[in-house]
Design a protein around this ligand. Structure first.
Ligand code: PGA
Length: 234
């Protein structure tokens, strides 16, 4: 089971440190076996003591150079970071990253052996067009991506479910994850409005190997409670 927290553009360096201290204390005291990953904002990257993995929400496919506003692997290496989110819907649809750029990023970090949490998910109009259209769209988001990369984790996150409180039905998640499973044997996370109240149901769905949590991960107590729920399902 993999439980990941995406802070997005939230939390300062000091708030992140406090959060990580509390989270790592919880993991240690409760002897949590699930893998916990946290993606803080770039300004809060640091070295932390404890077993939770720290990853980046984004980086440029370069070691260093002239790419104003970006960070490369030189900056990640300073903190021993080897985990990255690629293809998140906000980068695709808000920041305009194309599949071509995403594929280039994926291949760059794959060649360096990074753990890649690769996100896919449809917009509402695609969902309304039916499951065939939905799967065709997700397949197009996997173009150029090695779905059997040994350090890959796939996150299915419907765009319309992110930050909205809306979640697909249990049967929809089961069906889409079953079809993703046919494409890849790597862990499959569900993401989109996961919270304490629906965690129990989501982590028991077949082929759901964990969750990627945005808003509900911002309070460390809530996130710890969600980890505990997932832990009981291991
Ligand atoms: P949410 O975000 O949990 O706030 O819906 C999930 C994500 O974007 O990864």
């Amino acid at each position: 089971m993999i439980i990941a927290a995406n802070f997005k553009t939230n939390k300062t360096r000091a708030q992140t440190r406090e959060y990580m201290d509390e989270l790592n204390r919880f993991i240690h005291l409760e002897k949590i076996r699930a893998e916990v990953i946290v993606f803080p904002p770039l300004t809060a990257l640091d070295s932390f003591t404890g077993t939770a993995t720290v990853g980046v929400q984004n980086a440029y496919a370069v070691e260093n150079g002239a790419f104003t506003g970006e960070v490369g692997t030189e900056q990640l290496d300073e903190f021993g970071i080897k985990t990255i989110l690629v293809g998140h819907s906000e980068r695709r649809h808000v920041l305009g990253e194309s599949q071509k750029e995403i594929t280039r990023k994926f291949n760059y970090f794959k060649a360096l052996g990074y753990r890649i949490v690769y996100c896919v998910g449809e917009k509402v109009e695609t969902r309304e067009a039916g499951e065939e259209a939905l799967m065709a769209y997700i397949t197009s988001q996997c173009e150029g991506i090695d779905l059997e990369y040994e350090n890959l984790v796939i996150a299915y996150e419907p765009v319309w479910a992110i930050g909205t409180g809306l979640v697909p039905g249990k049967e929809d998640i089961r069906s889409i994850h079953a079809q993703l499973r046919e494409k890849s044997s790597r862990p499959l996370l569900y993401g989109g409005s996961v919270k304490i109240g629906n965690m129990d149901e989501i982590v028991t769905i077949e082929n759901v190997d964990g969750v990627l949590v945005g808003g509900a991960s911002l309070y460390v107590q809530s996130f710890c409670q969600m980890i505990k729920t997932a832990e009981e399902k291991i």
